[in-house]
Design a protein around this ligand. Structure first.
Ligand SMILES: NC(=O)c1ccc[n+]([C@@H]2O[C@H](COP(=O)([O-])OP(=O)(O)OC[C@H]3O[C@@H](n4cnc5c(N)ncnc54)[C@H](OP(=O)(O)O)[C@@H]3O)[C@@H](O)[C@H]2O)c1
Length: 282
């Protein structure tokens, strides 16, 4: 298949390009060649390439930036997506959009399934939800809601913690924010598998098992053989961030299971592989 990937320099975008490369003709798109806020650019590139599938990972993923600059969040994360959708509609392409657990309100105490109501308390969550709805106007689409992303190719919370602790610094991480962790290469491989299956729709996608950011980072530091005591647990309130964070955002992967698709491995296994890579041991 001809597959275009937006946000191809991003953490997930790089992994998606890598995962699709073997079996598909891949067109990595970056801001330099296709700024999604410019419809003429997006339209020009996509009508020229005519991909059958567009995997749309490009977005502003910083919740605090979105909260403090809602106009920019709306422009990139909603209008940018709408531009991809309108170009896709014209060329008959299917779109796989990457969304987020931030579409929920975090008030549940059991995992959110794909059929649970959304109610995002943040600008980021509200804008990503509008983007989901825009994609869902297409006859053939996928929405993949992912969560805390880590993996090679771009500095993320795990790599950042390893660097800091390695340099003798402390790292603060919230312990009262329970969610799922998503290893970018695992998610990318699953996205390609679902696309190849031709089973469209809405999917929750992460590694299995819940954790807080503190647990994730602490385990990573431990696996690297560094001083895990340097990873200090703090509360969300102490972090004092502009955008509200969800105390509970665990997602259940019901749609993957009912499609008969194997769930990604548990997060500690994926993290162990990643840390081995970071430490140059693999
Ligand atoms: N990271 C997480 O924990 C997380 C959690 C849940 C959902 N998600 C979602 O997953 C997706 C991928 O996230 P990520 O962590 O891979 O993000 P990322 O590393 O920040 O990558 C996003 C990419 O989008 C590109 N981009 C931003 N604005 C653009 C524009 N106007 N035109 C074209 N490209 C633009 C960026 O390009 P530049 O490199 O030029 O800036 C970047 O390469 C996003 O949709 C995000 O909302 C992420």
């Amino acid at each position: 298949m001809k597959v275009a990937v937006t946000g191809a320099n991003g953490l997930l975008g790089q992994a998606v390009v890598e995962a699709a490369r073997g079996a598909h003709q891949v067109y990595p798109l970056t801001r330099a060649g296709a700024d999604i806020t410019q419809f003429s650019q997006v339209h020009g590139v996509l009508t020229k390439l005519r991909p059958e599938v567009i995997i749309h990972t490009a977005a502003i993923r910083d919740l605090d930036l979105c909260e403090t600059d809602p106009a920019r969040a709306f422009l990139v994360n909603f209008h940018g997506t709408r531009h991809v959708v309108e170009a896709a509609r014209e060329i008959g392409a299917q779109v796989a959009h990457i969304s987020t657990d931030a579409v929920f309100d975090g008030k549940k105490s059991s995992p959110y399934s794909e059929s649970d109501p959304t109610n995002p308390p943040t600008v980021y969550g509200r804008v990503k939800l509008r983007a989901e709805r825009s994609v869902q106007t297409l006859p053939r689409y996928w929405t993949f809601r992912i969560s805390i992303l880590f993996g090679p190719g771009k500095v993320n919370l795990v790599e950042d913690a390893l660097r800091k602790v390695g340099a003798g610094q402390d790292v603060l991480a919230p312990a009262d924010q329970t969610a799922n962790a998503t290893y970018a290469p695992d998610a990318a491989q699953k996205i390609i598998e679902v696309i190849e299956s031709g089973r469209h729709g809405l999917y929750h996608l992460s590694n299995q098992g819940a954790c807080s950011r503190w647990e994730l980072v602490r385990r990573g530091v431990e696996l690297a053989g560094l001083d895990a005591a340097r990873v200090k647990a703090v509360s969300l309130a102490e972090m004092g961030r502009p955008a509200a964070r969800l105390h509970y955002a665990v997602m259940e992967m019901k749609a993957l299971a009912s499609a008969g698709i194997a769930l990604p491995r548990p997060w500690p296994e994926a993290l162990a592989e990643y840390v081995e890579k970071l430490m140059g041991r693999k």
